[in-house]
Every structure is written in C-alpha cells, then in structure tokens.
Design a protein around this ligand. Structure first.
Ligand SMILES: Nc1ncnc2c1ncn2[C@@H]1O[C@H](COP(=O)(O)OP(=O)(O)OP(=O)(O)O)[C@@H](O)[C@H]1O
Ligand SMILES: [Mg+2]
Length: 361
C-alpha cells in the first residue's frame, strides 16, 4: 500500500525548502493562482517517475537562482531520495543507488488526473498509450522488458530502412513480430481485465458521475492494419515481409505497437462526437477503473488530482473522492478553494499554499 508519510521538497519550482506530513487518505491543497499547487503535484509525480508531466527541461524545474532540487519522501517503510542538478542525477531507495527509474514506480505508483496531461477520451494516441501501458506495467511487470526491446528493434529497423539495407531486415522483422505479438496480448489482456473491473460495485460507486456508464466501451487498436492478426507473430511477420519494398520506399515503419491506441465509445457513439464534459467524465471513469483494477491486484497507487473543481461540478467531485476513500487510496488534490464544505464528509487533511510555502491548516 503506497502511502507518503513524509515529503521534503527543496528548491523545486517555487517550492522552497520545506517538509510536510500528509494524511493517509484525502489531502487537499488550497491556494490562489500561482502559489504552487501544480508545482506540488509535479514534485510528487517526479518522485514516482523521474520525469515531469509538464516539461522535459530540468532548468524549468530547479528553482530560479539555484543549481539543484531535491525530493525526499518516506513511502510506507521505504525512503526515496532524488537529487537533480545539471551535472548529476542521484536517486536512492533506502540508501541504495537506483539504476533504473522503473523501480521508482513500483515503490511509488501514481495515477494522475490533470488538465496538463490531457484527457484520455478523445486524447492523442500517445497519451492513450501512456495511460494504457502504465496499467499494463503494474499488473504485468515483465511487459517493460518487451517494450524496451521492441523500441530497440524498431530503431534498428528504421535505421536499416533509411539506409536501404535489405539483408538484415528479415532478422529484425522476426524480432519485432514476436515482441509486438506479446505486447498486443499483454495490452489486450489488461483491457479485458479492466472491462471486468466495471463490476456492479464500481458502477454503483460512480453512478452519479454518469447515467449511462454501462454503455461506456473501449476497444484496443493494436497499431497494425486490419488484415494483420496482431496476436500472432507469424501474421505480423508475413505482413512485414510482404510489404518490404513499400517500407524500403517509405524509409520507416509506420505501423506497429508504437502506434497502438484505444477507441472510446459511449452508447456506440465515437469519442469525437462526445461533449467536452462527457469526454472528461469518461476519462475519469477510465482512470478510476484502472485504480480499481490495481487495488484488486493489491497495489494501492497514489492519486494526484490537479485543479479538479475547475473541471467538474461538486456532485462529481464528491463521488470521485468518496470512491477513492472507499478504496483506501491516498489522494493529493489541489483547488483554488472557493466553497469546499461539501467534501467535509471525506475528512480531508487541508493544507494552504501561500507563495510556495505549504502549511497544514
Ligand atoms: N523554476 C522556478 N523557480 C521559481 N518559480 C517558478 C519556477 N517555475 C515556475 N515558477 C513559478 O511558481 C509559481 C507557482 O506555479 P504553479 O504552476 O505551481 O501555480 P498554481 O498554484 O498551480 O497556479 P494556478 O492556479 O494558476 O494553476 C508561478 O508563479 C510560477 O511562475
Ligand atoms: Mg496550477
């Protein structure tokens, strides 16, 4: 069960050196604009991923006039310490230096809901893959190795195609076919599990979010054309061989697991026809289903929600928070804090952020 017991932040964006002890369930951070809400969410996300959801530039994250930032957290019984400067990155878990950042997300699994990352329903295929693969990775950790090897094979194939090196291609076509079939199977299996998680309990818990949840559906798109059986490596391989000349002309592989996506439907209506409100709500239903499935697998992720009330009405917020509390999930939520008395029943631990300083109320 991932619970952040203590969190120390030093020189991350506008958050100066400080330390907080969050509550086990709902933590609410209230501040006006530009006080540090998103910075806090970003800091926690960073600690679980060794990257930001907002920027690739380290310079933006380090507080102005400083040379490094530090994040240090006690998560359950483990201690994660992350230090970053232009010159070096050092990440330790329990004082052992980390080689691979995927270890971080095992200790600190995070599900994030923020307008900055975009909604999944009617989102970009890249965003869809990122949420999908996050889920697959957590229920099937071996997926990561296939995924990495796939990307290596893809890189080699694209190099060979661009250099018109015909001979070596067959070997890599076979490699990528096997890896892609495995990846498609893992992704598809995960989606089936997600659909089974749409149990009565989940639908009941979220019913006030949406009247027609039962007609919410999603379909896996493997990234290969229709004629290919994406789960059968031989079918993928035959397709590649058959289209070799065409691929040599186009100079890169434009199909495959790196192009996979999810198509969402509501009452058989395609996602692009849905209203923005419907897209947001269904995205949240999808993310909460992912969290539910993880809990079923005995993994309790931390949920980060930035700026929720700017996105949803009070009934919906209440439903979401109640749902997460019921699952025994630790949640960090930010808000500009108009009237939040309606979430009192969820017993939030409230913090106020003022000019980068976080204080418990
Ligand atoms: N590297 C940095 N060093 C110092 N300050 C920074 C840095 N990066 C961003 N800031 C500033 O930190 C402040 C807080 O930004 P943040 O995005 O956390 O605000 P917020 O509370 O989420 O506001 P909003 O309600 O508008 O979303 C902003 O004034 C921003 O310009
Ligand atoms: Mg913000």
């Amino acid at each position: 069960m991932a619970i952040i017991r203590k969190l120390a932040i030093t020189q991350f964006r506008n958050l100066n050196q400080q330390y907080i002890e969050p509550g086990e369930r709902l933590n609410l951070f209230i501040a006006n604009n530009a006080q540090g809400k998103t910075s806090l969410i970003e800091a926690i996300y960073y600690l679980g991923h060794n990257r930001s959801f907002k920027t690739k530039s380290l310079k933006e994250l380090i507080q102005l006039q400083h040379q490094q930032f530090q994040l240090d957290a006690k998560v359950d019984e483990s201690r994660i310490k992350l230090e970053k400067s232009k010159q070096k990155t050092q990440i330790n878990i329990d004082q052992i230096r980390l080689k691979n950042s995927s270890e971080l997300s095992k200790v600190l699994p995070i599900q994030i809901i923020t307008p900055d990352k975009g909604f999944i329903v009617n989102g970009t295929p890249k965003n869809k893959r990122s949420y999908l693969d996050w889920g697959v990775f957590h229920v099937e950790p071996s997926f990561l190795l296939n995924y990495k090897n796939y990307n290596k094979a893809l890189k080699n194939i694209n190099t060979l195609l661009s250099q018109q090196k015909n001979q070596e291609l067959d070997y890599w076509f076979l490699e990528i076919s096997k890896l892609s079939a495995d990846i498609s199977q893992s992704r598809n299996k995960y989606i089936e599990q997600l659909k089974n998680t749409n149990s009565n309990e989940l639908i009941e818990g979220l019913s006030s979010l949406f009247n027609a949840i039962e007609f919410f559906n999603y379909k896996f798109k493997s990234g290969w054309p229709k004629e290919v059986n994406e789960f059968d490596h031989n079918s993928v391989y035959q397709y590649l061989i058959k289209n070799k000349d065409f691929l040599l002309k186009s100079k890169y592989l434009n199909y495959g697991s790196h192009k996979a996506s999810l198509n969402f439907f509501l009452n058989k209506k395609e996602e692009c026809f849905l209203s923005r409100g419907e897209q947001k709500t269904l995205s949240i239903v999808f993310w909460l289903t992912q969290v539910s499935l993880m809990v079923k697998n005995n993994i309790f992720p931390i949920v980060l929600i930035d700026d929720l009330s700017s996105e949803l009405d009070t009934t919906k917020i209440k439903t979401i928070l109640h749902f997460l509390n019921h699952l025994k999930i630790q949640t960090f939520m930010t808000d500009i804090g108009k009237d939040l008395s309606f979430i009192k029943d969820e017993n939030p631990v409230i913090f106020i952020i003022n000019n980068g300083i976080i204080k418990r109320q």
